[in-house]
Design a protein around this ligand. Sequence first.
Ligand SMILES: [Zn+2]
Length: 231
Amino acid sequence: MALPKIESPTFTTKLPTGEDLKFRPFTVKEQKNLLIIAEGGSEKDIVEGIVELVTNCTFGKIDWLKQPTVNLEYAFLHIRSKSVGEVVEMTYQCKAAHDGKTCNQKNFIEVDVRTATHEPFPESTIKITDSISITFDHVTVKDVLDMMNGLTSEQLLYAKTKMVIHGDEVITEFNKDEFKEFVDSFPPDASERVDAFFRNQPTLVLKPKTKCTKCGEESFIELKGVLNFFG
Ligand SMILES: [Zn+2]
């Protein structure tokens, strides 16, 4: 007689960008594969491993490389929660100072990862001058992997520029050289606003409240980026 086939339960949640997400928990085999990568792999290997795992657990319905990174983080967090549990144990060292001495007590806390929130998406149209602005596409998982493979921030800027708006005119076709000349002519404050768009791409944030077992100091620790939740 054949052994029974185990059907995974299916769950639904909403991605940070608002779409419904259907997923199943990962299997022991998938978990093992991920642990092997997490132990010996580079950061890039880990991201690729998560993409593969999340793709399988969401029935291949979403091209995760084209998604904003926060969506991938969110999906991974929820798949992991339903697979191995919602609560993770973390350690933190108390940084409170008493009479000039830092406490340094090592504490354990249990955190429900479902309490993670995400930062808002930055406004995608950035004003360069009173009559010129740029609209960017959101940064995707593929962009992050490309940067791990050596894509420069200059190349990313070109790749992510959806259009340049000049008065009533919308410009969508320009080559790299034309674009570089354009970017080099930005006023410094506009350049800073463009940098901020890339710097402020959202990530998941976990901010558990802590209480030191030695000195009683209460505070919050903040963890950004899903990979830091399980370290
Ligand atoms: Zn303390």
